[in-house]
Write a protein that binds this ligand. Structure first.
Ligand SMILES: CC(C)(COP(=O)(O)OP(=O)(O)OC[C@H]1O[C@@H](n2cnc3c(N)ncnc32)[C@H](O)[C@@H]1OP(=O)(O)O)[C@@H](O)C(=O)NCCC(=O)NCCS
Length: 144
C-alpha cells in the first residue's frame, strides 16, 4: 500500500538526493530544502510504499492559493502513475481546504510534467521567456 505523509527532518537527506538527481543544476541546495521545512507556509510530503521512499511533493499555501514547488518521483518508479496518484491526493487535500487556485511553473521542455499537470486539469496561463537561462517557463494553474 502507498502512503503519503508529511516529511520530517530525517527525510531531508533522501529528498535532497532525489532533488539533486532529478533537477541537476536547478536543484535546490540542502540549505534551501532545510529552510523550506521551517517555512510555515510550506509543506513537504513524501510518498512511500512499505516504508520505501518513492517521491516527494513541496508546496506552499497562502490563504486560498497553493503553489506546487516540487514534485519528484524516483526514476525507477516513473511512468507507473505515481505522479498522478500523488497529485490527485494533493488536489483532494486542496479541495477539502477550500483552496481556490493552484499554480506552478514548469520548464517548456519538461513534457512529462507538462502532460501530467494538463491531464489533471491544469491549464497554461502564460509563459516566461528565458526564465531558466535560455529556456522558457510555463505557468500553469488549476481553479478548483
Ligand atoms: C513529472 C513526474 C513527476 C511524473 O511522474 P510519473 O509518476 O512518471 O507520472 P505518471 O506515471 O503518473 O504519468 C502521468 C502522465 O504524465 C505524462 N507523462 C509522464 N511521463 C511522461 C514522459 N516521459 N513523456 C511524456 N509524458 C509523460 C503522461 O501524460 C502520463 O499519462 P499516460 O501514462 O496516460 O500517458 C516525473 O517524471 C518526475 O519526477 N520528473 C522529474 C522531476 C520533475 O520534472 N518534476 C516536475 C517539475 S516540478
Amino acid at each position: 500500500m502507498f502512503e503519503i505523509r508529511v516529511a520530517c527532518s530525517e527525510d531531508l537527506k533522501k529528498i535532497y538526493n532525489l532533488e539533486t538527481f532529478l533537477f541537476k543544476e536547478k536543484a535546490w541546495s540542502y540549505a534551501s530544502l532545510g529552510k523550506e521545512f521551517k517555512n510555515s507556509f510550506s509543506q513537504i510530503w513524501i510518498l512511500e510504499k512499505a516504508r520505501e521512499f518513492l517521491g516527494y511533493l513541496i508546496f506552499r499555501q497562502i490563504l486560498e492559493e497553493a503553489e506546487i514547488l516540487r514534485l519528484g518521483i524516483r526514476p525507477e518508479y516513473q511512468n507507473q502513475k505515481l505522479g498522478t496518484l500523488f497529485l490527485k491526493f494533493f488536489l483532494n487535500y486542496c479541495k477539502e481546504r477550500k483552496i481556490k487556485k493552484i499554480y506552478l511553473e514548469v520548464e517548456e521542455l519538461n513534457k512529462a510534467a507538462f502532460n501530467l499537470y494538463q491531464k489533471l486539469g491544469f491549464k497554461e496561463s502564460y509563459r516566461r521567456k528565458n526564465y531558466y537561462k535560455e529556456r522558457t517557463a510555463i505557468i500553469m494553474e488549476s481553479k478548483l
